[in-house]
Ligand binder design. Structure first.
Ligand code: UDP
Length: 340
């Protein structure tokens, strides 16, 4: 019996593979390396001292997905695979809908064919659209404000409708807030394609000298220091959340939804200052106009995950910055860095 991890070489996927292997689980990993690197798999093996089966496949290839199920006794699926860049999704909506939805249909259809009914889905805080208040709770109204968010919301709704039609399914939807950090070994971490879109990888690339300065998008928001506030969460905490969700999958068929965040909000400037402390030098930044689509404040109420999954974030902003810096300073060019 194994757990299929789609997108297992990606940022959150690779850290989750480590926690699953450390918890003694048997995993089968699938990834097409679109936005990931085979060196993440080496990192997972090195950190855990364990091996696992890997398939370099695309979820759009249903015959390949079928073969994975035919060759392995897959009992649960954790589905990370998908495009994840919000601005790119605004530029290329069809590409996002096509890949994220068709890929997920292939995974779910194949699960159904093989009688595998336990599914954990990587959702996102973006499904709350522009929340009226913070902290955000799981029962807040949902809406999509960009094509990436639309794909998350459509898949969430599909899961609820599949369960309504056939209540043998167990679906757990995990809504991530802002994942940052890296494994403390410095062997795996975030390595986005091209110029980073998210704050932490941009910040680490400025600190390591790959980019000249950070652009801070707006300092006139209604927040304590005028910069946007987010709920940053250490990727290892997030990974542990998936191990807890798997235990929950075993209880009874239903659809469950959890926020995975710390419940604490930090402004962009808070993160910059915490990061400067971690890396030991100043990080240059410039204040720029607001970025389209950004909301002033977003942080969650993580109580439900604590009560029902027994999960709570362990790491604070200091560790998030230290671990992000360790990864970036040891691997200035990410996975493309030459091994010494
Ligand atoms: N941000 C920034 N400069 C950057 C990237 C992000 O000032 O180069 C800000 C962004 O405006 C937002 C926060 O950092 O307020 C988090 O942005 P990110 O893209 O990491 O995550 P989001 O919350 O948008 O999903």
């Amino acid at each position: 019996m194994a757990i299929l991890v789609t997108g297992g070489a990606g940022f959150i996927g690779s850290h989750t593979c480590v926690e699953l292997l450390n918890a003694g689980e048997d995993i089968v990993v699938m990834d097409n390396f679109y936005n990931s690197n085979s060196r993440a798999l080496d990192g997972i093996r090195k950190i855990t001292g364990k091996d696992f089966k890997f398939y370099e496949d695309d979820m759009l290839d249903i015959a390949a997905v079928d073969q994975i199920f035919a060759e392995n006794d897959i009992e649960q699926v954790i589905h990370f695979a998908g495009y994840k860049c919000v601005p790119e999704s605004v530029q290329k909506p069809l590409m996002y809908y096509s890949n994220n939805l068709r890929g997920t249909f292939n995974i779910l259809e194949t699960m159904k064919k093989y009688g595998c009914t336990k599914f954990v889905f990587s959702s996102s805080a973006t499904v709350y659209g522009i929340p009226a208040t913070v902290p955000v709770k799981e029962d807040f109204p949902l809406s999509a404000i960009n094509p990436y968010g639309s794909t998350k919301l459509i898949i969430e709704n599909l899961c609820r409708e599949m369960y309504a039609a056939d209540n043998t399914w167990t679906m757990i939807l995990l809504r991530y807030f802002n994942p940052v950090g890296a494994h403390e070994s410095g062997l795996i971490g975030e390595d986005p394609n091209g110029i980073p879109n998210n704050l932490m990888p941009y910040l680490t690339q400025v600190a390591v000298g790959r980019l000249p300065y950070l652009n801070i998008f707006g300092n006139d928001y209604p927040t304590p220091d005028g910069t946007c506030v987010r709920d940053y969460i250490h990727v290892v905490d997030l990974a542990v959340g998936h191990v807890k969700a798997l235990k929950k999958l075993e209880e009874k068929p239903e659809v469950r939804v959890y926020n995975l965040g710390t419940g604490h909000g930090y402004s962009v400037l808070d993160v910059v200052h915490a990061f400067e402390k971690a890396c030991g030098h100043e990080v240059k930044y410039q204040i720029k106009p607001r970025r389209a689509g950004d909301i002033a404040m977003c942080y969650c109420d993580p109580t439900k995950a604590k009560e029902e999954l027994g999960w709570e974030a362990q790491y604070g902003i200091e560790e998030m910055c230290q671990d992000s810096w360790r990864w970036q300073s040891q691997n200035p060019d990410g996975y493309a860095t030459e091994e010494k």
